[in-house]
Design a protein around this ligand. Structure first.
Ligand SMILES: C[S@@+](CC[C@H](N)C(=O)[O-])C[C@H]1O[C@@H](n2cnc3c(N)ncnc32)[C@H](O)[C@@H]1O
Length: 273
């Protein structure tokens, strides 16, 4: 790949998804974009690269999606989900008791495991939530991942990563070689295509935001911009979850850590909880 072609594709990726690729990641571009060239019936990466400047929206989108890293698994890192059950959920049940509703957002939800993990927790707590209206929204930039999330079909490998066996037995059914999530859990989550770089207001306001393992792919100004965007749709006393390798410190003054709860933040508009 010529340096000017590398620079051009890197610019497209940064503008469209926030992803930063540096020249030492040329191998990644090559390994992920060669299949795109093949699908398009092109001779190879060189032909894809030389056509990129005049490419239409479809191809630019396909290139952007091909470069996203979509790894996810059920109850990833486990602790955030325990904190949700033992700390955040009781807080919401207490503070939202008059309106009896709250909204959770799995931003950058990939193939849906995070959103479905939350849905299973809430299903397990159904007796305390009778009469409550709870929405879980999962969004991602990748339409391919969203299709997988909506289908709710996972391989043996995927259900073995993080999902407790009792929940597998209770909420999944074997369908040929795959595992199909229970329709009741599926129905608790709405999936939508959405770019975190865009105005998020049309999504409405959320009480809890899981935005995990996506900021790591962005540069600092983009992280700040995304956290600003998220702040605008987070309730004053709402919660933000970031991934284990992510923080708001030195990046955003819109969120502050929840004391003694690693990985959870609340807005700086909130009073101490
Ligand atoms: C590594 S996965 C994280 C999935 C899940 N949150 C987790 O922690 O397991 C990152 C996801 O971010 C999505 N993504 C990347 N850039 C995005 C953007 N600008 N807007 C929305 N989603 C984006 C990718 O498509 C990918 O599915």
């Amino acid at each position: 790949m010529r340096p000017d072609e590398f620079d051009y594709v890197a610019k497209i990726l940064k503008e469209r998804s926030g992803l930063i690729v540096t020249p030492d990641k040329t191998y990644l571009l090559e390994s992920r974009l060669t299949p795109v060239a093949r699908r398009r019936g092109l001779k190879g990466l060189d032909e894809l690269m030389s056509g990129l400047r005049s490419a239409g929206e479809d191809l630019l989108r396909e290139v952007t999606e091909a470069m996203t890293t979509n790894e996810s698994f059920f109850f990833r890192d486990i602790k955030p989900f325990d904190q949700f059950r033992t700390l955040v959920l009781p807080y919401l049940l207490d503070t939202r008791s008059s309106r009896r509703s709250f909204r959770i957002w799995s931003a950058a939800c990939s193939s849906g495991q995070e959103a479905y993990s939350l849905a299973m927790i809430l299903k397990e707590e159904a007796s305390r939530l009778a009469g409550w209206k709870i929405e879980i929204v999962g969004t991602d930039i990748s339409t391919e991942m969203l299709e997988k999330a909506k289908a709710g079909l996972y391989s043996q490998f995927e259900v073995q990563r993080g999902l407790p066996i009792q929940l597998l037995v209770k909420y999944f059914k074997k369908s040929n070689e795959l595992w199909q999530i229970d329709p009741a859990i599926r129905a608790m989550v709405q999936f939508r295509e959405y770019n975190l770089l865009h105005d998020l207001k049309p999504l409405g306001q959320f009480d809890v935001v899981f935005c995990r393992n996506v900021l790591i792919y962005f540069d600092q100004p983009t992280k700040t911009r995304v956290l600003d965007n998220i702040d605008r749709v987070t309730a004053e006393d709402g919660f933000l979850y970031l991934g284990g390798a992510e923080t708001v410190l030195g990046i955003s003054d819109k969120f502050k850590p929840v004391p003694e709860q690693r990985g959870i933040y609340t807005t700086t508009r909130s009073r101490p909880k």
